[in-house]
Write a protein that binds this ligand. Structure first.
Ligand SMILES: Cc1cc2nc3c(=O)[nH]c(=O)nc-3n(C[C@H](O)[C@H](O)[C@H](O)COP(=O)(O)OP(=O)(O)OC[C@H]3O[C@@H](n4cnc5c(N)ncnc54)[C@H](O)[C@@H]3O)c2cc1C
Length: 462
């Protein structure tokens, strides 16, 4: 924590730089102290709103001089306690840095500031013939998405943020401004610094500009919903579809509990049984071929008839219901609190991992609908707990721990897309072993004073 004198000096210096764009009011600090995580709110001492890379560099230099922690902040939608100010300090809210700097159609990239949100990017690209496929179920910023190596429903076809960031501008922990990567599609030039910062959760520097890949808007898009007698049948359909190399754009699993939640929340009347939500991108001919193949696979696992949505409005409604799955689960429990978790396993292990987890959920007697980006082997438990019931909270944490250990035993990872924050810290050594020391060596080289988002991503070595 900052001592009072240092706090006052830092406040005065930041105020001189930013004028009224530094805030110490309690409401704003608390809004920046928890995000969508289930952890207790831990606010920063100040929230600052820079409007340029140079200002961020100056903020970082002031903080470095007084050894004050820095927490970069996008939209605060991360779920594992990523933005908690564990040592107090200065939260850098990037919302004013939300300019679209360049949309380059010839080379299929966009250069943007980190505070540009997912919806803003969609709007800017509308009518251009291009789109950016990566997106979580909420309106996150692109800087936050890069920093958590986010993905979402389209990752099965288009990859995650890892595959879609070409280059970055970053302010390092000493205030130095660097550029990583280039606008070329590939490069063999040196260490891949771009992808060191993608997924670093603000622990190595502040991303102040991103160049991201754009994709051509598909000629045709069809979506479908298909229900199954068991979760295993639905997951096996997904597995076989991927193993046969059918280029699905989306293949999402919702279990029976989740179907009940979305029916109630979005006034729908789907069968409340395990269901796949699917999307196909391509030319008309390609789609007809893919659809025939996927229908045959699904029927071999006793699927019911597909409900097709070829019209754009109906398709958007279908995916809106899927996107609202997390709030829909929360809405089913009065005063419930979301405790979202995710793991990812090699695709051949997915059915076993999900069925064992379902059994565990039933035995634990916790409300935890399953939602999966199953084409990637990635799934979520949208656990909803009573925040005032410590016993239930402990049961949910134990369920989460068993889930992670199950995924790791299957050679998977403790998180496919949500990241580590503080919620998954205790699994890092289990997953990475001695490689944690290499990660710490990188951290110490780039941030020797441990000022950048301290206490996140890397477990302490004691
Ligand atoms: C309902 C719901 C659904 C979700 N669905 C998905 C999903 O499908 N897929 C998925 O991947 N995630 C999902 N998420 C999680 C969340 O949306 C992502 O983690 C997202 O990438 C966070 O972006 P943000 O802008 O909110 O970042 P924040 O929460 O503000 O920050 C996240 C982390 O990035 C750091 N950071 C932010 N901006 C910068 C920057 N410019 N430079 C350096 N570090 C920075 C922060 O310090 C923090 O560590 C979901 C969350 C919710 C609540």
């Amino acid at each position: 924590m900052m001592d009072t004198q240092a706090k006052q000096i830092v406040f005065e210096q930041l105020q001189q730089l930013l004028h009224d764009r530094i805030i110490d009011n309690e409401t704003i600090r608390n809004e920046h102290g928890v995000g969508f995580s289930y952890h207790a709110c831990t606010p920063p001492d100040y929230v600052v709103y820079p409007s340029s890379t140079e200002e961020i560099s100056e903020i970082v230099k002031i903080c470095a001089t007084h050894q004050i922690s820095i927490i970069p902040f996008g939209a605060g939608t991360s779920v594992e306690g990523h933005i908690l100010a564990l040592k107090g300090g200065v939260c850098i809210d990037l919302r004013l840095m939300n300019q679209m700097l360049e949309i380059n159609q010839a080379d299929m990239y966009a250069t943007i500031q980190p505070g540009v949100t997912r919806n803003q990017l969609d709007e800017a690209l509308q009518g251009s013939g291009f789109f950016f496929p990566i997106g979580p179920g909420v309106n996150a910023t692109l800087g936050g998405m890069a920093s958590t190596r986010a993905s979402g429903t389209n990752a099965v076809r288009y990859g995650t943020m890892k595959e879609n960031v070409l280059s970055l501008e970053v302010v390092l922990a000493n205030g130095q401004i660097i550029r990583t990567g280039s606008k070329a599609k590939k490069s063999s030039a040196g260490y891949d610094l771009t992808h060191l910062f993608v997924g670093a959760e603000g622990t190595l520097g502040v991303i102040t500009e991103l160049t991201i890949k754009l994709h051509s808007y598909p000629q045709a898009i069809y979506a479908a919903v298909c229900s199954f007698p068991t979760v295993e049948a639905a997951v096996n359909t997904a597995i076989q579809t991927i193993q046969k190399g059918i280029p699905m754009a989306k293949i999402e699993l919702l279990d029976a509990q989740m179907m009940t939640a979305i029916n109630c929340y979005s006034a729908l009347s789907y069968a409340e049984v395990p269901t796949l939500f699917l999307e196909f991108h391509g030319s008309q001919t390609e789609l007809e071929e893919q659809i025939t193949q996927v229908e045959a696979i699904a029927h071999s696992f006793d699927a019911n008839e597909f409900i097709w949505e070829k019209d754009e409005a109906a398709r958007i409604k279908l995916w809106r219901a899927r996107t609202d799955a997390a709030p829909a689960s929360v809405a089913l429990r009065k005063d419930g609190q979301l405790m979202s978790t995710d793991v990812c396993v090699p695709i051949s292990r997915l059915a076993k991992c999900i069925t064992e987890t379902q059994k565990d959920i039933q035995e634990t007697d916790i409300y935890a609908p399953i939602l999966g980006h199953v084409g990637d082997g990635n799934f979520h438990l949208t656990i909803v707990i009573d925040p005032n019931d410590p016993e239930e909270f402990e049961k949910a944490k134990a369920l989460n721990k068993r889930l992670v250990k199950r995924a790791l035993a299957m050679e998977g990872t403790c998180t496919g897309e949500h990241g580590i924050g503080i919620g998954k810290l205790s699994y890092m050594t289990l997953e990475h072993g001695k490689a944690i020391h290499t990660m710490w060596a990188i951290k110490q080289a780039l941030d020797p004073l441990n000022l950048m988002n301290p206490g996140k991503l890397l477990p302490s070595l004691d």
